[in-house]
Write a protein that binds this ligand. Structure first.
Ligand SMILES: [Zn+2]
Length: 276
């Protein structure tokens, strides 16, 4: 089964069909399929900078965190939660903001759905396509209108990524489930305390419930926690790959750390699209 794609050119929206080494619509808009297998459907109006999304350095840091298994237990529990809330229907799973694709693959194994990963960062999607050639990988801006017809997906996942509830609802099929994972209140609390002098986090899970209050019903919520020891290199990678990147005095304090045991915490929420 191949995920249906829609031409991303503004005002077009015709179906894309595989034609040689590209994807093209009936009007003649064509998009190259990269050698690694991903297709870049990012339009000029969808990018804010020349290399949107995570920088190559942040992607490399994420990759090292994945390869060292730092978030292994966390990802395992997110996947187990996904398996519990998977709709009975077979079909596609969209990972919006898929990064280097390892979480996408954990989710597809757990749910039995077919993986489709979308991210705005070409470097991350290229890596995902090389590593996991069995899935569909697309460069696009998941914040905007995504290049899929209405009702394409059985599940849409947003794992520590941007969220677009209205667009997620459009691409979800009837009874489709949206899985949203955000950092929990005490995520990296020890590190924040060492760098900022305060560990107070935000209750992002409840904010997500409010974001998805219209058009969805909450079907599950779980707090997932693990404790891991980060060495100097892992600390650098965590700092480089999160939005909490250290600056100035914080960077000096970070440089003084040799290793640290930290809490990893995620709030996982599942909401079902309301029909009608
Ligand atoms: Zn077109």
């Amino acid at each position: 089964m191949t995920v249906p794609l829609r031409c991303p050119v503004r005002g077009c929206g015709h179906a894309l069909h595989h034609a040689g080494t590209s994807q093209a619509c009936a009007i003649g808009h064509a998009f190259d399929v990269a050698r690694s297998g991903y297709v870049n459907l990012l339009q000029p109006q969808d990018r804010k900078s020349k290399t949107p999304g995570d920088t190559a350095a942040a992607v490399a840091a994420r990759r090292r965190i994945v390869e060292r298994g730092i978030e292994g237990n966390i990802v395992g529990e997110i996947a187990a939660f996904a398996a519990q809330v998977t709709p009975a229907t077979a079909g596609f799973l969209l990972d919006a903001g898929c990064g280097e694709g390892s979480v996408t693959m954990a989710l597809t194994v757990a749910t039995g759905l077919e993986a489709v990963g979308v991210d705005i960062a070409t470097a991350a999607v290229d890596r995902a396509a090389r590593r996991y050639p069995g899935a569909a990988w697309i460069v696009a801006n998941a914040d905007r209108e995504m290049p899929f017809p209405d009702g394409t997906f059985a599940m849409v996942a947003s794992v520590v990524a941007r969220r677009n509830p209205a667009e997620f609802a459009r691409v979800l099929g009837p009874d489709g489930v949206c899985l949203v994972v955000v950092p929990g209140e005490d995520d990296l609390a020890e590190l924040r305390e060492a760098l900022l002098g305060a560990a107070a986090g935000r209750d992002r899970g409840t904010a997500v419930e409010a974001e998805f209050a219209v058009g969805y019903e909450l079907i599950g919520r779980r707090t997932i926690r693990d404790r891991v020891r980060l060495d100097r290199e892992a600390l650098d990678d965590v700092l480089a790959s999160t939005y909490r990147g250290a600056r100035g005095a914080q960077r000096d304090r970070a440089a003084a750390l040799t290793s640290m045991e930290v809490t990893l915490c995620r709030e996982a929420l599942a909401v079902r699209r309301r029909s009608g």
